[in-house]
Write a new protein. Structure first.
Length: 304
């Protein structure tokens, strides 16, 4: 079948905006920080578009790229090809990022600023109003803490999570796409603006550090996956330091409450949670054993 992605004119600027989900493996400008992933910078745009189309169709197989390409349109592929082909190839491999700047579009304020956070500095970044979100967050405090750092391990920390991810989860609870007996009642009266305001408020708070002991087994799974089991490495979506990728809608997991992480991975595995894009989490979680989940949770919740 003719690959129409090759016939679509790509837009490099549009591709740059769409490339956020590629950054963890291939680098923000297409120079990969890891030797196991290819540099895309300076590559022929038509070649990039064709490979993406092949990953989507199954003509080329890869357990990590298949779910990444699944939701891409022909225009998306052409745009990504145009962007990466326009980047300088460079002479050396990119250094591994230590600040996760490519993974976090939002700039968090200190968690100590709960009483003085304002709306003005965030209006250009968030759809919601931070100050309004602070006022509306009173109903969330019992479970999630005043600044989004829940002290109850079964509830998630919201502080520092990306605004677009938080607003999506609230919308999914309201629509029924994500099911929780407590949250369904909490979101029933929220408008879209309320959700955006709450998301903006929690996004500018700083998450407290994780307290769990780390796990070498979890570290290996997080960064390398398990080829024999077909388990994709978590780093591709959640970043080197577990800060997630805000623009792509992948959540931060660093320092998250351990019991909460374990429950979410388990519910993705048994299918009772299914609001992940393109079944990505479900396809990975179903391959994880109880031991795998326990070790991954130890490692992720220990990240600073």
């Amino acid at each position: 079948m003719f690959n129409t992605a090759l016939a679509v004119q790509g837009d490099a600027e549009a591709g740059k905006a769409k490339s956020a989900m590629c950054g963890a493996c291939h680098g923000a400008t297409g120079l990969s920080p890891a030797p196991t992933y290819p540099n895309l910078a300076g590559q022929q745009s038509a070649y990039i578009a064709k490979q993406l189309a092949d990953f989507k169709s199954g003509a080329r197989t890869d357990m990590m790229m298949a779910p990444m390409a699944a939701s891409l349109s022909e225009q998306d592929m052409a745009d990504l090809g145009a962007y990466f082909s326009s980047q300088p190839r460079g002479g050396e491999q990119a250094a591994v990022s230590t600040d996760d700047s490519a993974s976090t579009a939002e700039v968090p304020a200190s968690a100590e600023n709960v009483e003085i956070v304002t709306a003005t500095s965030a209006k250009a970044i968030y759809a919601g109003d931070v100050k309004a979100g602070q006022e509306k967050s009173a109903m969330c405090v019992a479970c999630h803490g005043a600044d989004g750092n829940s002290l109850v391990s079964m509830y998630p920390k919201l502080a520092g999570q990306s605004a677009n991810y938080l607003s999506k989860q609230l919308a999914d609870f309201k629509s029924g796409a994500r099911v929780d007996p407590v949250m369904v009642g909490m979101v029933a009266g929220l408008s879209a603006a309320d959700m955006d305001d709450l998301a903006a408020y929690y996004a500018v708070q700083t998450s407290s550090e994780g307290t769990s002991e780390t796990s070498q087994v979890g570290h290996k799974l997080y960064f390398g996956g398990d080829v024999q089991k077909g388990i994709t490495a978590c780093v591709a979506c959640h970043g080197v330091k577990g800060k997630g990728m805000a623009q792509a809608g992948f959540p931060a997991v660093a320092g998250q409450n351990a019991d909460y992480l374990k429950k979410q991975i388990s519910t993705f595995r048994d299918g009772s949670r299914g609001n992940d894009n393109n079944n990505m989490m479900r396809n990975i979680a179903i391959k994880l054993s109880d031991s795998d989940i326990n070790e991954l949770v130890k490692y992720m919740s220990s990240l600073k």
